[in-house]
Write a protein that binds this ligand. Sequence first.
Ligand code: BV8
Ligand code: ZN
Length: 237
Amino acid sequence: MDLKGRIKNAERIAVLTGAGISAESGIPTFRGADGLWKQFRAEELATPQAFQRDPKLVWEWYDWRRQKCAQAVPNPGHLALAELERIAPHFTLITQNVDGLHALAGSKHILELHGNIWRMRCVACEAMRESREPLGGELPHCDCGALMRPDIVWFGEALPQQVLSEAFSCARSAEVFLSVGTSAWVMPACQLPVVAKQSGAYVVEVNLEKTPISEMVDEAHHRKAGEILPSLLGVEI
Ligand code: BV8
Ligand code: ZN
């Protein structure tokens, strides 16, 4: 049965997305040709040690990315997944992205594995703040006086436990699992399509380049997500 037929018959569908689904919205990916890591080194920026050492540098990088995200609008890839959620009985969108574009596209049941670039939290009292304002070079502080940090999971930090366990149980129970726009390289997110496959799901990858899971999946489409997702999923956007 083709993917459209499987989607029509599926009770439970889960999707894992990565930076590639936001590339057509103008947000640079991490490891691709124009990747963020080319200009920056992850260990100098996306780690607690980096923030400890130079919070101003880390915040400058995030402020630059927040402005990129603020100019971005959802593309047909995001919209196709939001439409798929409307027709599937049980649907979970698991994203590694921090740009908030899935919510803007209308997706509802979203698990943000790596946090959200619009949220910041106090390093001392954990108070949260949601803001889309540019930081204007100022380091954000909490009312308690301590520094605020991006509410993002950095390398070497644990993912939010609740979100992670729900993501794995969705991967285990999905009949159809899509991996879209991720290099399937970063743990533990990259294990989700593997667990889905081992649990009997029909797994489809949509990613521009080959990845470590491309051999394992039932269908691999090395095309742009925004270009093929609506027709591949059989949804009108
Ligand atoms: C954890 C936050 C344990 C920053 C991110 C050695 C030392 C230290 C750690 C490790 C180590 N070895 C392994 C680890 C674990 C580490 C890890 O996996 N490292 C990798 C690099 C080897 N993982 C962690 O540290 C995780 N935590 O394991 O904790 C623990 C447990 C208990 C207690 C304490 C600790 C934390 C991982 C999260 C790290 N944070 N981001 C930020 O975002 O600002 S990771 C970063 O990579 C992003 O979040 C991103 O989401 C993620 C994955 O990248 P992708 O989304 O896949 O993006 P990428 O650019 O790689 O790929 C995009 C793809 O799209 C490309 O393939 C491209 O071809 C394709 N594409 C492009 N355009 C399109 C397209 N596809 C379709 N259509 C298009 N148009
Ligand atoms: Zn505080």
